[in-house]
Design a protein around this ligand. Structure first.
Ligand SMILES: C[S@@+](CC[C@H](N)C(=O)[O-])C[C@H]1O[C@@H](n2cnc3c(N)ncnc32)[C@H](O)[C@@H]1O
Length: 298
């Protein structure tokens, strides 16, 4: 629609009528043009939001192997089972993450929330396996065109380290060969999603060493996925102090492994942390640091 103004004579009644018609039409056009000036950016913004949501939905489904119905490794599950994949109860044969849809969606939501709320800091995952959850964090940064935050992905990239206390309920995972995923394979997974770049930092080695010296000042997301007591303790002791108020601590295994829960509870008790742990699904939970002041509810 054109927004040109028009002049017209007013010598007779007809012209006068025309003036009214044109004036009314011009008024309508002006109004529509003004609306367009407002609506076009709004329409573009809602289209961007829709495309962003579609991209992140697809990433969630792909990263957990739901998109391609990637069968479970465990033979007793008998292939792909939707319930198992929603809840992260199984290990996908080839997909990059075992955390299931509910925890993946929660990770995505929390990453989006800290961005929208302006909570400063990078995103870090301690316990990466094939890289899926860390890839999701990088995908959220891409979806919001954020270039001033990084994803830090920490793991031995060789499976659970040897020194795990034998009594730890998660110690058996040390003997699972599929938990040893080499760094090159994880990088390749990032690359396949077009998300391997300088905004992704890999911290290779045991958390007790790598996280204490992690090259990071502020964190907005701290995701614990190392299963054991020591992995949770080492991660929280090294990094909780760097988490910004309003940032999220995500506990992938809190309700799954008793040792992991004990480490978290001990840490929270020592620091007198009362921010509530919000349950995500059977296994995982999270809390928002200083949740009162940050006004972050689910
Ligand atoms: C359950 S997997 C992580 C799953 C992954 N986040 C996903 O999206 O599927 C646990 C990972 O933690 C790592 N890990 C456990 N304890 C560790 C430690 N103390 N230091 C470094 N890596 C550790 C293991 O090597 C393994 O890759």
């Amino acid at each position: 629609m054109s927004c040109r103004s028009r002049s017209i004579g007013t010598a007779d009644g007809l012209s006068l009528k025309l003036v009214h018609v044109v004036a009314a039409k011009d008024g309508l056009q002006k109004g529509l043009c003004e609306m367009n000036e407002i609506e076009q950016p709004q329409a573009a913004a809602s289209e961007i939001a829709r495309l962003r949501a579609d991209y992140l939905d697809l990433m969630c489904d792909s990263l957990i192997g739901r998109l391609n119905r990637d069968p479970a490794i465990q033979p007793h599950i008998g292939g792909y089972d939707e319930d198992h994949r929603l809840n992260g109860w199984d290990w996908p044969s080839t997909a990059p993450s075992m955390i299931g849809l509910k925890r993946m969606q929660n990770l995505r939501t929390l990453c989006e929330r800290v961005i929208l709320d302006g909570v400063p800091g990078d995103f870090l995952e301690a316990g990466v396996w094939r890289g899926g959850a860390s890839i999701m964090m990088r995908a959220v940064l891409k979806a919001y065109a954020m270039t001033d935050r990084r994803v830090l992905a920490a793991d031995t990239f060789a499976g659970q380290p040897g020194g795990t206390d034998e009594a730890d309920p998660a110690a058996f995972l040390r003997d699972e060969p599929i938990f040893a995923v080499p760094l090159e394979e994880v990088k390749d997974n990032f690359e396949r999603y077009g998300l391997l770049d300088e905004q992704v930092i890999f911290l290779k080695g045991e958390f007790a060493v790598t996280l204490a010296n992690a090259p990071v000042d502020d964190l907005a997301i701290l995701r614990l996925d190392g299963d054991t007591f020591s992995s949770a303790r080492d991660t929280l002791e090294a990094l909780f102090g760097k988490l910004s108020p309003g940032g999220a601590v995500i506990l992938d295994d809190y309700y799954l492994f008793e040792g992991n829960k004990r480490a978290v509870d001990l840490f929270r008790g020592e620091r007198k942390i009362v921010d509530p742990i919000i349950r995500i699904d059977d296994y995982g939970g999270y809390w928002i640091k200083d949740s009162d002041s940050a006004d972050c509810t689910t």
